[in-house]
Design a protein around this ligand. Sequence first.
Ligand SMILES: [Zn+2]
Length: 448
Amino acid sequence: MDDARRRLPGGHVLIEDDRIVAVGSGPTEGLAADRRIDARGKVVLPGLVNTHHHLPQVLTRNVPAVQQAPLFRWLTELYAIWRGLDREAVGAAARVGLGELLLTGCTTTTDHLYLFPRGQERFIDAEIEAAAEIGIRFHPTRGSMSRGQSHGGLPPDDVVQDEPEILADSRRLIAEYHDPRPRAMTRVALAPCSPFSVTDDLMRRTRDLAREHGVRLHTHVAETLDEERYCLETYGRRPVAYLQDLDWLGADVWLAHCVHLNAEEVRLFGATGTGVAHCPSSNFRLGSGLAPVRDLLDAGAPVGLGVDGSASNDTSNMLAEARQALLAHRPHQDPSRWPTAEEVLWMATRGGARCLGRDDLGRLEPGQAADVILIDTRRLSYAGAGSDILAALVFSPWPEPVDTAIVNGRVRVEGGRLLDVDVPALIERGEAASQRLLARAARAAGIE
Ligand SMILES: [Zn+2]
């Protein structure tokens, strides 16, 4: 994933502390190392970057009531469950989702947490603690919802917050956790939820706050035609025009979905360097449509991949998302519109790093952060794929975990297992949190 897109058969990667210091072809003779990891039979890649997620949704995977629902109905039903979230639930869900991500080759992820039920706070702190424990590089975003149903928004009033409270907490999170230094493990971004759940004023004030502190901006946009209709009715503009008027496009912004874009909007994304988190599994799951990825790439927009929340995917599997991105565009009649396997891996690494504003991630090159994954190709599903083993990672992905994941020079997955994580206990904790959440929602529905 360097600019020349080189492949180095039989090559080596040398890591010192948190950085890559050498990459080359051939064996490492003459290079001193405290530890050697044998990569024979394995593909070595930069760690994958996930550009969109909602970790707490892990607790509401495939809820029967919304298995067949498009976005707005899906949201309305799930708000009624998510309003019961608490810190324990968020912490448990984050550990489960982050563990899944690491096992599927993702070494950097973002999360978009926007739902704070009344009386609950410090959810993002709980996620940051979980990410530090699991050992993944983390870009939490301080999400927000301020336009409840009584003000023409979609969410119920008891899951939206006052705008001064949102801005004060955003400021606090930046001060406490945002690390602008190279190879930072934690960077904060600000992320009002969507055009149908916040006010224009909050969009503007969030934008100013982010630019004052040099942090990035994120939101959902152009996900569904329902959203487009909402924007036309409420703001008299299409969603992207709405963002443009708010000065919410630019190289410090990346946006989830971007399914319903016209040609002029695609051009704007390229011209402004606005990034796109392409989430094909979620877009299929909710029947939202398919983002114009070929056009966005041609326009020069940064495009990364996102697994999106686990209530609309319903997994945090980065390699599966890469395969989805490979196949999703192929119903198009013209094969030149189809992303190639190499382009998909590019989006999963370099494209994602660009969306998150990271020039220190996404490549195996000296000076880059030491985020490296090893995938063992001595598997049944790769037998016969030796003519292009790199492409096989997305054409024929083995459903098992990656062999090794190294984050910032620390081995976090070894032999396909998460290190320092009691996985059976974590599964139990996640399942218990999910049961509690669903029971709470059932009780509340009974009372109402
Ligand atoms: Zn989302």
